[in-house]
Design a protein around this ligand. Sequence first.
Ligand SMILES: [Zn+2]
Length: 485
Amino acid sequence: MKKNILDRYPEYESTIGIEIHVQLKTKSKMFCSCQNKFGDRANINICPICSGHPGTLPVLNKKAVDFAIMAGLATNCKIAKTSTFARKHYMYPDLPKNFQITQDDKPICYEGYVTIKTSDEEEKKIRLIRIHMEEDAGKNIHGDQNESFVDLNRAGTPLLEIVSYPDIKNAYEAKTYLRQLHSIVQYLGISDADMEKGSFRADTNISVKKKKDEELGTRVELKNINSFKYIGQAIDYEVERQITLLEENGTVLQETRLWDTHNHKTLPMRKKEEAQDYRYFEEPDIPMLAIKSEQIEAIKKEIPELPDEKYIRLKNQYGVSNYEANILIDQREIADFFEASSQKCKYPKQVSNWILRDLLGYMKEHKLKLKDLKINPEKLAELVTVIEKGIINSKVASHKVFPSMMETGKYPSIIIQEQDLKQIGSKDDLEKIILDIIEKNPDNVQQYRSGKDKLFMFFVGQAMKETKGKGNPKLIQDLLKKHLK
Ligand SMILES: [Zn+2]
């Protein structure tokens, strides 16, 4: 169960707000036709617009606008009929124009919410202040000879910034909220949301105060943390650090901190003694963005089933538990895999067990994604079916057949044949053997039926002897019970 660092400090409470940057999966950049592509050779996907030459004019990417509206609709936001872009000024080598085009006081989406599950039964709404569009900066690369390089391939790629109200109370809620938004953008197909590659990044603002105090405490920002687990650990650490400081009559400084994954603590990155003046003003080169109701209606129709709806449907349609449904829906392709496999074999409960335990376990161990695996829904369905039919037992399945499937990509039936793993006695074969034993031992049957229960093990022993120890023990017992009644 979730542990809450604040349980140790009952007088205190923490207030957390999160800003998420989502890199959009459009073909081209936000304001030019350059390819929106990560990982290419430096400075090949650039043009005069995204490298900030004077006299160039930005043109807004329509797909990015559609994606922003889609994200807004999926998070219960209002969509602004008109919104504007603004210039946010700061000087940094990876920002060639010396300003970033973003949205200031008129964002495209505002006043939404995301529902998170705080336990099996409880839900909580985390309100969103806004979702706005902006362009990303380039990337500075620092060499080991004291030199630095700038790669502008990322400059001008489209981003959404999703800003929450400070409704989040602890690390668990923060992680749940982030996971929820992470699956929503993946379900919508608007972003790869790959945290390691930086296409889904969260900045977390944390302050603590005594419950009885009215005024909020000083806010510390946690930046550049690239996993949910580390964000949770960093929040817990930061809450405790701030409380300890206050208890010792110290002062919490307003600053940006990083998470040191090796030493498990936050470290100061830069002080923010006063709010930086970005000298915002309306971007004169991009006209006001007007959105028609028809456009919103058309986008509404494209929104697929979202995680919350899928959660309820998987439970109703396949009878999986809350816990199972929660893990299955976390990634859309896992949920799709589960459904495809369950429909093939009609044993959804077993399919879910295999996915939760073996498949996800394998992916985690080998750091692989589902699309990189050699297994498919049909192969897993076949595996479940051969176990259910008693052709192999579950031990052989998880120790021999499954690992071999993952390695070779072969169907279970082929592996069973090649490695001679077939359990001796299918259900039909075993039934024949058992009926034979019953026929040959009328006295024992008589005694068992008149109450000598201990004799049951005699029949099990006989059956195991007949199958040379390779019979399915569970099936043998079930069949004996059936026929000895
Ligand atoms: Zn360009």
